[in-house]
Design a protein around this ligand. Structure first.
Ligand code: NDP
Length: 285
């Protein structure tokens, strides 16, 4: 008897607008190919008014789950049946997961960053400085605190947004948090272990955009990280390298949030290096 073929692929994807330049599809499908998985990841241009119908469509077609990117990370919550712990604390979902007949919202941005950080340092007991207070910063600050960081400093231009995030971390986690208004250059302190640019400064085409931070007093073993995936070697990271500090680029976060999404959807751990190589080829590094 010949082996029966299976012409039915498992489906996942991403709902966002604009989405054409989102490289996650190439990265995730390279992992599917590498591991011989019969699965497809489909980028879908979804307008805000159609988000509910898109989510119902995914349900109707038996998708395993989907990522949500801008501007849907908060609005999607009303179309789901529940939230995982960090998504509930962060207040945003970037990964919807089908579990039985329920759709649960997770947030893999912060976990992805923490997995990337864990290659250099154990976050427990550490003091982490986060530049920014938007979606990426919220995910990183909350997840770092849930992973056992001792202190989170939020450095942000808009006072209301920055203070709200520091208050959230203080109220919902065991870490202490402070808000530092970013109205002058941030001067690194001896107690800071990790500095993370979680703003959009440095994202293509703003490649010479400068994170206004003076790292001259940073400890020699401090780590400087960036969320910007394109270009991966931002000015912030290049300046830190020139000071001899260890760095982590935004590709690490992007790859690891993909690894975590695939684990949520399929229960398997895929090879991060395969996905990283795909992104490096795309960005011609
Ligand atoms: P948001 O728009 O939610 O937040 C942007 C943040 O950047 C705000 O805190 C804003 O400050 C700050 N900011 C922007 N421009 C400046 C500036 N010139 N000076 C000072 N502060 C500034 O964006 P997201 O958090 O969703 O995304 C931020 C970046 O993270 C994006 O570039 C995205 O590419 C990247 N990202 C990377 C991921 C990865 O896997 N590598 C995953 C998710 C995001 P204010 O509050 O004052 O306006």
């Amino acid at each position: 008897m010949p082996t029966p073929h299976n012409f039915l692929a498992e489906l996942v994807g991403c709902f966002a607008t604009p989405i054409a330049e989102n490289p996650t599809v190439a990265m995730i499908e390279s992992a599917f190919r590498h591991h011989g998985m019969n699965a497809r990841y489909i980028n879908c241009e979804v307008q805000p008014a159609a988000l509910g119908e898109a989510a119902r469509g995914a349900r109707a077609m038996g998708w395993r789950g989907f990522n949500c990117s801008l501007p849907h990370k908060v609005a999607i919550i009303q179309h789901l049946d529940g939230l995982g712990q960090s998504a509930a604390t962060i207040g945003a979902v970037n990964c919807a997961v089908r579990r039985g007949d329920k759709w649960i919202g997770e947030n893999t941005d912060g976990v992805g960053f923490m997995k990337s950080l864990a290659t250099l340092i154990d976050a427990r007991g550490k003091s982490i400085v986060v530049f920014g207070a938007g979606g990426a910063a919220r995910a990183i600050a909350v997840e770092a605190a849930l992973a056992g960081a001792r202190h989170i400093a939020i450095v942000n231009r808009s006072v209301a947004r920055g203070r709200e995030l520091a208050d959230l971390v203080d109220a919902k986690t065991l870490a202490t948090a402070e808000f530092i208004p970013w109205n002058k250059s941030y001067r690194a302190r001896g107690e800071d272990d990790v500095f993370v640019n979680a703003t959009s400064i440095g994202l293509y085409p703003d490649v010479e955009g400068r994170v206004d931070a003076d790292l001259s007093a940073a400890r020699r073993d401090a780590i400087v990280a960036d969320v910007i995936p394109n270009p991966p070697r931002t000015l912030f990271l290049r300046e830190a390298e020139a000071r001899g500090l260890r760095t982590l680029d935004g590709l690490g976060m992007l790859v690891n949030q993909g690894v975590v999404s695939i684990r949520h959807w399929f229960g398997v751990d895929v090879e991060a290096s395969v996905m990283r190589r795909t992104l490096e080829d795309l960005f011609a590094i």
